[in-house]
Design a protein around this ligand. Structure first.
Ligand code: ATP
Ligand code: MG
Length: 478
């Protein structure tokens, strides 16, 4: 029995199989599993593409003729996502023209069905070797420039400079890292940068978002299962922790991980081994864990929703990404960065932005942080006629919260002198007015105000305190 299941010792790589014939999927799944491949099969090419883009398998083995999406389309989309993923076409015997065309378009090889198993396995072995070499090549060229890992983290403010230095310092170690920050502040970006700057860079970076997977599935996603572990477990499935062997596991939104799994993750960190669901064997795993959260884990620990022992184990290295509104000066370089990115993408290489428009962007509090700024810039660039971005091109909801009215108007940037102290005072004034308006809207309901603005509740309380706002006086107002 156990020889049938891929263990890490004979683990060869991961394959996504796409064939509209259910039976073909089943056969391939069994054969490839026995050979030590982690296999995911799909009869629906669109779902297969979603999966592939999220989990970056080594190989995609796809049928050419399928009703919904052709193998050629699959090839193009996979290659566009990651040219290193090896794509192999499956073609019916006697109709190899399509396969040859696919090879011209970047497919690695083709196999004909019905299969000759030895031939198939030999092709896969070559494909894995090819993949390994191109991954190594890529990481080598990526690291030719030592600056690479941090190069795409934009930010010159003191905190960001410190964070970038910290990333370089901790990358070579295997210490767990806990990244905190509001939504869109760049937690995943930082996690990837740590991975890429680490000796694990040629192995996988495996992300899993604990908040987006139902509790009942997280466990089997993380730990995998043995064949027959439960009804429906027809094949052994390697979990994401095993998949991250040698690489980095990124547990996003770890605050949402159910308590019993927190205990299991802690065990993985301490023992460096896992058991698949329904399995008895202990499988050694060598992973680096990076976790992220935008929740207040301190509060979660107090309420018993988060284990203290796991927190201390994760919190070996702690990175806090400040919200964008607290590093407003970084907005300039971020704007430039995203204008470059989307200018290139949309073939508008000569974009300029007027100073007024920059000021307007700087004055907005960005509750969705860098992600929101990036999305807005993309939208502006897509819609822009010509090369110059003016205030009028900025979506009106970004300009001034419309309800603010005359007496609540934003301090005009023109009123500011260049002195830093004045600038700070103006920001403080803006923040006070913004929060008063927010609380008025929610009739003094801080939780609701936090949700609306994207500011964390604790942060919001601090600001209310700091700005000396009297919540009670706002509760009664319409
Ligand atoms: N400092 C930065 N420089 C350049 N791009 C950034 C920076 N911070 C964030 N981004 C970009 O903003 C987007 C959101 O970042 P990311 O997904 O890492 O945020 P997050 O903190 O994980 O958000 P969430 O909590 O919502 O998952 C990404 O496209 C990322 O590349
Ligand atoms: Mg994220």
């Amino acid at each position: 029995m156990s020889s049938e299941q891929p263990s890490l010792k004979n683990y060869r790589g991961s394959i996504t199989v796409i064939d509209d014939e259910e039976n073909m999927c089943k056969i391939l799944n069994r054969v490839l599993n026995l050979e030590g491949y982690h296999v995911m099969t799909f009869t629906d090419p669109r779902r297969a593409l979603d999966y592939t883009i999220q989990y970056d398998p080594d190989i995609v083995l796809t049928d050419i003729k399928m009703p919904e999406l052709s193998g050629m389309d699959v090839l193009q989309q996979v290659k566009r996502h990651d040219p290193n993923i090896v794509v192999i076409m499956i073609t019916a015997f006697g109709t190899i023209e399509g396969a040859i065309e696919a090879m011209k378009a970047g497919a690695f090889h083709y196999v004909t069905k019905p299969f000759n198993t030895d031939e198939l396995l030999a092709t896969l072995e070559k494909a894995i070797e090819h993949k390994r070499l191109s991954d190594e090549n890529r990481s080598f060229s990526e690291h030719l420039s030592r600056e690479y890992a941090k190069a795409d983290i934009i930010g010159e403010c003191e905190e960001m400079v410190k964070i970038k230095a910290l990333i370089e310092k901790i990358a070579p170690t295997d210490s767990a890292v806990l990244i905190r920050g509001e939504t869109g502040t760049g937690k995943e970006l930082v996690a990837k940068a740590i991975h890429r700057a680490s000796p694990r860079r040629s192995r996988r970076f495996v992300p899993i978002n604990c908040a987006s997977i139902p509790d009942t599935l997280i466990e089997s996603e993380l730990f995998g299962y043995e064949r027959g572990a439960f009804t429906g477990a027809a094949q052994t499935k390697i979990g994401l922790i095993e998949l991250a062997h040698g690489g980095t596991l990124f547990l996003d939104e770890i605050g949402d991980l159910p308590l019993h799994l927190q205990a299991k993750i802690l065990r993985v960190l301490q023992e460096h081994e896992i058991q698949r669901l329904g399995g008895v064997r202990l499988i050694p795993v060598d992973i680096r864990l990076i976790a992220a959260t935008n929740q207040d884990l301190q509060a979660a620990m107090e309420s018993g929703a988060f284990r203290r022992d796991l927190f201390y184990r994760l919190n070996v290295i702690n990175i806090f990404l400040p919200p964008l509104r607290e590093r407003a000066d970084d907005i300039y370089s971020l704007i430039e960065h995203f204008l470059n990115r989307y200018g290139q993408k949309m073939r508008k290489p000569h974009l300029r932005i007027q100073p007024d428009a920059v000021r307007a962007l700087r004055d907005y509090p960005w509750p969705g942080n860098v992600r929101e700024l990036e999305n807005i810039i993309e939208r502006i660039v897509v819609l822009l006629e010509g090369d110059e971005i003016r205030v009028e091109d900025i979506p009106s909801d970004i300009l001034v919260p419309s309800e603010i009215g005359e007496e609540m108007a934003l301090p005009s940037a023109r009123d500011l002198s260049s002195s830093k102290a004045d600038y700070r005072a103006a920001r403080q004034q803006f923040e006070t007015e913004y929060i008063i308006e927010l609380l008025r809207k929610t009739r003094g309901n801080v939780a609701e105000a936090a949700r609306l603005s994207g500011i964390s509740r604790r942060n919001l309380y601090e600001k209310i305190e700091r700005c000396g706002i009297d919540i009670n006086s706002l509760k009664t107002q319409p």
